[in-house]
Ligand binder design. Structure first.
Ligand code: DX5
Ligand code: ZN
Length: 220
């Protein structure tokens, strides 16, 4: 399994997004956190902004929707050309319906779960998704500490994906740095979102390389 590093532009400079996105062109995907001030107590970008990011980005977009009513809004992000669109299990009325619609439009479909949400009810739906995002912080803000107690969820997912021979990426998001990335990788993650630990210095490319190197020995 390859290691995928998806920097979160939540930690970038919002008035220099094009410059900051150019700095992470060695990453796999750009992680774009869409927040609506209802599902989470913070507000970021909407479709118009995501469309412009899509226009200028040298690498594809991994859109993470922290919004209510993804049933209504998620397909619009796929229509903008996002490579993947991930919405929250806690917010969706018909998660499978949304996933099918996203795939039909041509995006990969992702399902996200907050730290306190159990994964078991979703295991039977795994084949409907291209990635599962296990949140390792409460969604809403960057710069929080990695919650290690959610690792058993990744182990469960990884076991199930292998047992059924599925091709589902397992993503973690929140508090990912060179230390915690090894823990998440050992638990079964292969796709890593990192905000602060990529943009905390001018050397974003160096930070991406360090994260990749820290994860690689643990991803099989
Ligand atoms: C949090 C967002 C994350 C955030 C991660 O709700 O989903 O993508 O940017 O930031 P760090 O890596 O700083 O924890
Ligand atoms: Zn995110």
């Amino acid at each position: 399994m390859p290691v995928r590093i998806n920097p979160s532009i939540l930690a970038a400079d919002f008035v220099n997004l094009e410059r900051d996105i150019a700095r992470i062109d060695s990453a796999d995907l750009v992680h774009v956190d869409v927040m609506d001030n209802h599902f989470v107590p913070n507000l970021t970008f909407g479709p118009q902004m995501v469309g412009r990011i899509q226009d200028v980005s040298p690498i594809p977009l991994d859109v993470h929707l922290m919004i209510e009513d993804p049933d209504r809004w998620a397909p619009g992000y796929a229509e903008l050309g996002a490579y993947s669109v991930t919405f929250h299990a806690e917010a969706a009325a018909d998660a499978v319906g949304v996933a099918r619609r996203l795939r039909e439009i041509g995006s990969r479909a992702g399902l996200a779960v907050k730290p306190g949400t159990p994964i078991e009810p979703y295991l039977e739906l795994l084949s409907e998704f291209d990635q599962i995002l296990v949140m390792t912080v409460e969604p809403g803000f960057g710069g929080q500490s990695f919650i290690e107690s959610v690792m058993p969820k990744l182990a469960t997912l990884s076991r199930e994906v292998r047992r059924r021979g599925l091709d589902v990426w397992l993503q973690v998001d929140g508090g990912v740095d060179v230390r915690s990335i090894a823990i998440a990788a050992a638990a079964g993650a292969d796709t890593f979102v990192a905000g602060s630990s990529v943009f905390n210095s001018d050397d974003a490319a160096g930070n991406i390389a360090a994260l990749r190197a820290a994860a690689a020995p643990h991803v099989h």
